[in-house]
Ligand binder design. Sequence first.
Ligand SMILES: Nc1ncnc2c1ncn2[C@@H]1O[C@H](COP(=O)(O)OP(=O)(O)OP(=O)(O)O)[C@@H](O)[C@H]1O
Ligand SMILES: [Mg+2]
Length: 591
Amino acid sequence: MTIKIGEVIAVHGTKVTLKIFEDSNKDTLYYNGDKYKGVSIREYISVQRGFRDIVCIIEGEYLDERKFEEDGKKTYYIRKVEAKPIGYFDHGIFNEGIKFLPMIKDSAFLLQETKISEIYSRDHTDAFVIGKMLKEEIPISLPWQRLFNSHIGIFGNTGSGKSNTLAKLYTVLFEQKLENIGNKSHFIILDFNGEYTENQLVGGNYKTILHLNTQTAGQDRFPLHSDEFWNLDTLSILFQATTNTQRPFLNRVINGRKRYIGNDDSLLNYIKGTFRAAFTAASPKPETLDLLRGIAKILEANNLSDGLQTINWHGQGQKFYIGISETWFQSDGAAYNSILSNIVEDITVNDLDSLDELVVRANLQLIRDLIHGYVQFEHIQPLLKRVESSLSSLKKVIAISDEHDNSKLLTVISLRKCNQEMKKVLPLLIAKHFYHIHKNTVETPPNKTMHLIIDEAHNILSQQSFNEHESWKDYRLELFEEIIKEGRKFGMFITLASQRPADISPTIVSQIHNFFIHRLVNDRDLFLLDNTISTLDNLSRSLIPNLAKGSCIVTGTSFDLPMVLEVNRLDIAKRPNSEDVDLEMLWAETR
Ligand SMILES: Nc1ncnc2c1ncn2[C@@H]1O[C@H](COP(=O)(O)OP(=O)(O)OP(=O)(O)O)[C@@H](O)[C@H]1O
Ligand SMILES: [Mg+2]
């Protein structure tokens, strides 16, 4: 049948020791036209047990020395290998797991290469191939049916080939299934480094590419529905509001707006009323003056701005006054009516975009709150400062509009030209946006799927980070934790690629179903993998620090057994823009 290579001589628990006939240590053998790999570490043999073939993987090999004294002093060696059963063929079909163990004197055979590929990929009809097995060089078809409805993690040190693997996975998916998935699934790539903004993954007709840029205006902007913008969570994300005082404050701003929605004059009246209130309050507050000046500036009400410049605060009298004529603003309103009322009446609020409106409304709310003694200025002011300082970058990257076009298969969002602050905030906003859209429109069981792909995921999913508020960090992680915990039910799946799995929130890593693990050397990362990936075996684990570029261990719930895959490199045109620098070219002598 096939090549017999030895027999079982010991079984300890799940460890099997075999005696190997000496002549079978060739690398590759051919027999009856079939190709076989010789007996060596990480190769497979089958042990015949009745009508089943138990497949074992070889874990060690050694020589046992034995002297025979008959003809002089000749020494014979017995070659022994240690192997571990991983599954069995029953009626030609591979089953994973240790159900049957070999017994002493069972014969061992080499396994045909075709059988090996059957172990790792069950269906050959619908071949989904992104690479080949590292040692056997057999192309392996991945179980796409079970892979893309799971959360996927791609880990490895920088330059180990993660981006290539990620791109290859989705390139092959789109190449094969494009016709059928178009209107049923939506893919979003959060691309921190602009690696996927050219010809990668799928043809131009099927994708929308957004180059978000906080440096120059007039570029692409991410569209947010106005309801979505005027939402407590969104604003809290955008401006990193603290939960105790700033969030309730934003809530008042939002509700104030909501109450008068549809009434075009309400904002204008609100502004006018607030000006009056600030200068006629029984106990006026000095901080309100700057807030009023801020409003006048945004509304481009120049007369009003000039007028407000002449007003001062009198600390002893606890009142506003006009320096030149020594007029005091009192609660009787006389000074206000004669000096400011007319100028205030002239202001208009046309063409105010949502972001400006937010600043105006936040200032108004704070003025009101201060006059009524609801809040302390110091608690809210940092929030307003953040709103003001992020305003100019936000205006360049988000557009608040009620028109949306999510009709294309793939949306690539490049954050390469965004400043640090936006790199933190936008992914959250975008993830939330798509998660809610999807959650609210999908049926159960899901009739649509959404796939969020995040390369360089440590940028937003890191557990520790400095310079950021605790509560903001919680918020940030909570959203992704929710997506990763609940998303599966709604047909929302995440694919993460990162250099430092140990830095990513453990809750997130532990929910990932399938892993592509490239070279990783740091102990902390390896330790984490040991603890979170139940399907990783020792032999595969020991290979991780020494994997070559592009090779990775593939393991997880969609795979019966861990395998070492050498991912094919993409064609030049489809490679992510992450090539190594070629110094020979760069520093070439020029004439
Ligand atoms: N399967 C592969 N075969 C051969 N070369 C590869 C393979 N995958 C990647 N490379 C090469 O390795 C280099 C780095 O690859 P890649 O950008 O995918 O790494 P990475 O892990 O994403 O790195 P980083 O963490 O810095 O983003 C590139 O020059 C790429 O062409
Ligand atoms: Mg990369």
